[in-house]
Design a protein around this ligand. Structure first.
Ligand code: ZN
Ligand code: MN
Length: 478
C-alpha cells in the first residue's frame, strides 16, 4: 500500500458545436477542411474590424454552467489575455477572466468503490480558440481555421484522487456535453482537450505540493496512462530525497514517457484587461429562464431514476443512460410494452446494442422503432414465436422496416404449438439417428442437446425448445 495520495485537477477546453465562430460568421467546425479556408478579417485580427458576440455561444455556455451547478452571473465580461504566439494573429486571446459567465459549480461522479466524489469547478468561462501551428522540419506552418472557434474553459479544484477518477470525470463530462447538446466532445478531434495538474502528498496531509501540468493528451485512456506515469515518477523523486518543482510536461503515448516543455508561466504574465471592443454580457432573467427550460434531466439523475423506477441493476441503468437518445429509446419502448421494464432492458442490452454497433447507427435512426421492439417482445411473451426467432426478427425488422407481425406471417415463423406436430418431428429424428439414440440410452445424456438441435433445425427454429426437450425425453424413455 502506498503512503502517498495523488492530487489531480483537470483543465478542460470544450469546443462548442455552434454553426459559426464566437465573434464572426465563419464556420466553427473546420475539421478536415483545407488550412486557412474558414477565416475572415475578424478572426485573423485585421485592423479596423470589430468582434460581434454569437448568441448561440452564450446560450450553450448557460446550459453547461447550469448543468455543472455553476452560478450564472447576470453580467459577465470579456477580457484580453495578452501573449505572442504565431498562431494567435491578434496578439491576444479574448477570454473571460475575473467576471466570467459561470461562478463555482461542481459535478458529483461515482467512484469505483461505490462512493461519490464531488469535483468542484473553480473556473468556467467562454473564450476563443487560437490557430494551429504545424511543426515541420525546419519550418512552421500556420492554420488559422481554428482562430475564434468558441470554447468553454473549465478548471476543476484539486479534488480528484487517482488516474481512474480523472478518467471517470472526463467520461462523465463527455457524456454530459453530448447529452445537453453543447459539444460533440470527440477528444481525437480536439473538441474536448484536457490538461492534468498532478501532485502527490503523504496520506493525511492537506498541503498542496508543486504540481506538474501534463499537456497534449487526446484520449481518456491516454490521460489515465500519463497520470499514472507521472505519479510513479514523483514518488520515485520524493523517495530519493529530491524536490518536485513545477513544470509543463508533454505526454508521448507511443513511448509512454513525459518530457519537459517549459517551466510554468504565472497568470500575471498575461496582462489581462477588459476587452474594450465588447460590451458586457447581460442576461435578462426571462431570456435566461428560457434557456434553462431546455435543460433536460441529466444523465446521473436519469440513471438513478432508472434504477429506482424500473428496478434495473446499476450496470443496466448505466449502459442505458450512456447516451440520451438510447435512454429515450428505452423509455419509449417501456411505454409501448407495458410489461416489466427489465425485459425491455434485456432485449436492448442483448440485441439492440449489437444491431446499433454492427450498423453504426444511433437509436433514433433505427427502423426497429420502440413500438416495433415492444411488439417483438410481446410476440415472444405470448409464445407466438420463441426467443431465438424473436432475435432474428429484430434484425429483419431493422433491414426491412416491416412490422414484426407481418414478418411472422409472411415467413410462417409462428411457433409450433401443436404438440402432435412436435411429436411427429421428434419421432422422425429418433428414427433417423439410431446410433445417437443408443448413446443416449447408454447414459450419454449430453446427446439430448444434439437431438434437440436436430428437431429445431427440421422445424426451422419454430418449435418451442422446452416442449421439444420434454417430448424427446418422453419418447426416449418409453
Ligand atoms: Zn472569421
Ligand atoms: Mn484557455
Amino acid at each position: 500500500m502506498t503512503k502517498y495520495e495523488t492530487v489531480i485537477g483537470l483543465e478542460t477546453h470544450i469546443q462548442l458545436n455552434t454553426q459559426s465562430k464566437i465573434f464572426c460568421s465563419c464556420k466553427a467546425d473546420s475539421w478536415g477542411d483545407p488550412p486557412n479556408t474558414n477565416i475572415c478579417p475578424v478572426c485573423t485580427g485585421q485592423p479596423g474590424v470589430l468582434p460581434i458576440p454569437n448568441k448561440a455561444v452564450i446560450k450553450k455556455g448557460i446550459l453547461l454552467a447550469a448543468a455543472m451547478n455553476s452560478e450564472i452571473r447576470p453580467v459577465s465580461f470579456f477580457d484580453r489575455k495578452n501573449y505572442f504566439y504565431p498562431d494567435l494573429p491578434k496578439g491576444y486571446q479574448i477570454t473571460q477572466y475575473d467576471m466570467a459567465l459561470g461562478k463555482g459549480g461542481y459535478m458529483d461522479i461515482p467512484t469505483i468503490n461505490g462512493e461519490t466524489r464531488r469535483v468542484t469547478i473553480e473556473k468556467l468561462h467562454l473564450e476563443e480558440d487560437a490557430g494551429k501551428t504545424i511543426h515541420k522540419p525546419g519550418r512552421r506552418l500556420l492554420d488559422f481555421n481554428r482562430c475564434g472557434v468558441p470554447l468553454i474553459e473549465m478548471v476543476t479544484g484539486p479534488d480528484l484522487r487517482s488516474a481512474d477518477e480523472a478518467a471517470e470525470y472526463l467520461t462523465r463530462l463527455r457524456q454530459l456535453l453530448r447529452w445537453i447538446g453543447v459539444s460533440e466532445a470527440e477528444m481525437e478531434k480536439g473538441h474536448l482537450r484536457c490538461d492534468a495538474n498532478v501532485s502527490i502528498r503523504p496520506i493525511g496531509s492537506t498541503e498542496l505540493n508543486p504540481k506538474m501540468e501534463i499537456k497534449n493528451v487526446n484520449s481518456i485512456e491516454h490521460v489515465r496512462h500519463a497520470i499514472n506515469a507521472e505519479v510513479k515518477r514523483q514518488i520515485k523523486e520524493v523517495e530519493a530525497g529530491r524536490k518536485i518543482t513545477s513544470w509543463t510536461l508533454d505526454w508521448d503515448e507511443d513511448t509512454q514517457t513525459l518530457s519537459k516543455m517549459r517551466s510554468k508561466e504565472t497568470e500575471a504574465d498575461y496582462h489581462y484587461f477588459r476587452e474594450p471592443d465588447l460590451l458586457p454580457v447581460r442576461l435578462d432573467a426571462e431570456e435566461k429562464d428560457k434557456v434553462l427550460a431546455q435543460l433536460p434531466e441529466l444523465p446521473l439523475k436519469r440513471q438513478a431514476r432508472f434504477e429506482k423506477e424500473y428496478e434495473l441493476p446499476t450496470y443496466n441503468a448505466e449502459i442505458l443512460t450512456s447516451e440520451r437518445a438510447l435512454s429515450d429509446y428505452f423509455e419509449a419502448t417501456v411505454k409501448f410494452y407495458r410489461g416489466e421494464a427489465k425485459q425491455v432492458s434485456n432485449w436492448i442490452m442483448n440485441d439492440v446494442l449489437g444491431i446499433l454497433n454492427e450498423r453504426g447507427l444511433s437509436a433514433p435512426e433505427l427502423q426497429l422503432t420502440p413500438e416495433r421492439l415492444a411488439k417483438v417482445i410481446i410476440l415472444v411473451d405470448n409464445k407466438v414465436i420463441n426467443t431465438s426467432t424473436g432475435r432474428d426478427i429484430l434484425r429483419k425488422v431493422e433491414s426491412s422496416g416491416k412490422d414484426p407481425a407481418q414478418i411472422v406471417e409472411e415467413e410462417g415463423l409462428s411457433q409450433m404449438t401443436d404438440n402432435a406436430a412436435i411429436e411427429k418431428v421428434c419421432a422422425e429424428i429418433i428414427e433417423e439417428n439410431p446410433s445417437q439414440v443408443e448413446q443416449y440410452q447408454n447414459g450419454k445424456k449430453m446427446v439430448l442437446g444434439w437431438l434437440i438441435g436436430q428437431v429445431m433445425g427440421k422445424t426451422r427454429g419454430k418449435a418451442d425448445p422446452q416442449a421439444v426437450r420434454a417430448m424427446l425425453q418422453k419418447l426416449l424413455s418409453d
